[in-house]
Design a protein around this ligand. Structure first.
Ligand SMILES: NC(=O)c1ccc[n+]([C@@H]2O[C@H](COP(=O)([O-])OP(=O)(O)OC[C@H]3O[C@@H](n4cnc5c(N)ncnc54)[C@H](O)[C@@H]3O)[C@@H](O)[C@H]2O)c1
Length: 380
């Protein structure tokens, strides 16, 4: 987790961003602490408490550091937009709807997902430690960002966790297997296995679409195509042009990962992550809300209630080494475990996160919208 920083608005003594050209677009390398300062300033201008602003900044910049710009600071303008339209409420806390010890469901009260996700996950950890297992639902939260963040929170506490998530409150974005138009969101799924110390032994964290929606936004902002066979245009034809995802009417659709199996996983994320919890399910009502609602079912399991954390960690380490040693297929350089790309990205990006000029200008616009244009000085 990114620590809270206390740097001045301009980023104190942190190195100034460097700028380079990437396919005719300007890309700035911005120190993560500068981004952290910026996000906290904008959240404070929306009225967020210091704790809330810090949790939002921790998760957004944590996503950038993990290599997931789709869920990083580039989401802040959407949060400001949600706040301006009263879809996002600041300074909320989860409230219990069901509380039976090991089973609980919390309402997120349209609050910042970074706070709702954190509080619901803390409750899951506490209950799993008490009962060996906890099943905790979170419904009606604003966007909860990168789901791996919640898996990491469980893993740091020594727990294994499974997260089924739906996304609703706007038009559907992902076409089901064999479908030509969208019927569900990018419904992420995550499993975390605790490791030694803070780093999970394995962290599978994925959208159930071939690419996350934010990756189409990042590609559009960078002026690059999306990978082959990941998108349909408004007529249901395969395309690499991300612009169709931002066109209305006749919006395109992301293609579900893993053919019929990934499409099925997205559907059970909707059913377990939302329908089971009394959360908003994608459909006509959901489309009219014009917001970003996430619902999440978390199952947290304490290995200490079974064979013990040390035993799980040593089995996991030995097994992952065994898998890693697979002979390589032609064209591949190594076998990676889930979570390894993110771990490497955190090392690579520790001193600078690439932010394209479109995203920078959207961030400046967001700061101006909430009346603190000077907050953008942290990015200069
Ligand atoms: N809040 C929401 O509504 C929402 C919706 C969708 C996605 N998301 C988030 O978007 C992020 C991006 O999702 P994504 O599906 O684009 O991620 P991705 O495709 O980059 O990675 C998915 C998983 O595959 C692993 N992986 C990646 N490359 C690998 C390789 N070469 N070998 C082995 N494993 C590899 C990663 O460690 C990760 O666990 C996630 O953090 C997800 O939680 C959030």
């Amino acid at each position: 987790m990114v620590r809270h920083t206390t740097g001045a608005v301009r980023g104190g003594n942190l190195p100034a961003p460097t700028i380079r050209r990437d396919r005719e677009r300007l890309v700035s390398l911005v120190h993560p602490d500068r981004l952290h300062v910026f996000v906290r300033r904008v959240c404070a201008a929306m009225g967020s408490s210091e704790r809330e602003a810090g949790l939002v900044a921790d998760q957004l910049i944590g996503a950038n550091l993990s290599g997931h710009d789709s869920h990083g600071v580039g989401m802040l303008p959407a949060y400001v937009d949600g706040f301006s339209r009263k879809r996002l409420q600041v300074n909320q806390h989860v409230t219990a709807v069901v509380d039976n010890g090991a089973l609980a469901v919390f309402d997120g009260n349209s609050g910042f997902g970074q706070v709702m996700g954190y509080e619901a996950t803390e409750a899951a950890i506490e209950r799993a430690k008490a009962h060996g297992v906890a099943v905790v639902g979170l419904r009606n939260s604003f966007h909860i960002g990168r789901i791996g963040h919640w898996g990491e929170q469980c893993a740091r506490a020594g727990l294994a966790s499974i997260h089924f998530v739906n996304v609703a409150g706007h038009t559907p974005l992902v076409a089901p297997f064999a479908g030509a138009d969208a019927r569900f969101g990018t419904n992420p799924f995550c499993v975390a296995i605790p490791g030694q110390g803070d780093r999970p032994a394995a962290l599978l964290d994925m959208a159930t679409s071939k690419i996350a929606m934010g990756k189409a936004r990042v590609a559009l902002n960078k002026g690059v195509p999306v990978p082959e066979d990941t998108l349909l245009d408004g007529e249901g034809r395969v395309t690499t042009d991300p612009s169709g995802m931002f066109r209305h009417p006749r919006q395109g659709a992301l293609i579900a990962m893993g053919e019929h199996k990934g499409s099925g996983l997205a559907i059970v994320c909707e059913l377990l992550g939302a329908a089971l919890l009394g959360g908003l399910v994608m459909g006509e009502d959901s489309m009219r809300r014009n917001t970003i609602i996430n619902n999440m079912l978390t199952i947290a399991i304490d290995p200490e209630a079974i064979t013990g954390r040390d035993c799980l960690v040593s089995e996991a380490t030995a097994y992952l080494d065994y898998v890693r040693a697979s002979a390589l297929r032609e064209g591949f350089g190594e076998v990676l475990m889930p979570g390894e790309p993110e771990h490497r990205s955190r090392i690579d990006r520790a001193d600078g996160v690439e932010v394209d000029d479109t995203t920078l200008s959207e961030l400046r616009g967001a700061a101006a919208t909430v009346g603190v244009p000077e907050a953008a000085e942290a990015l200069d």
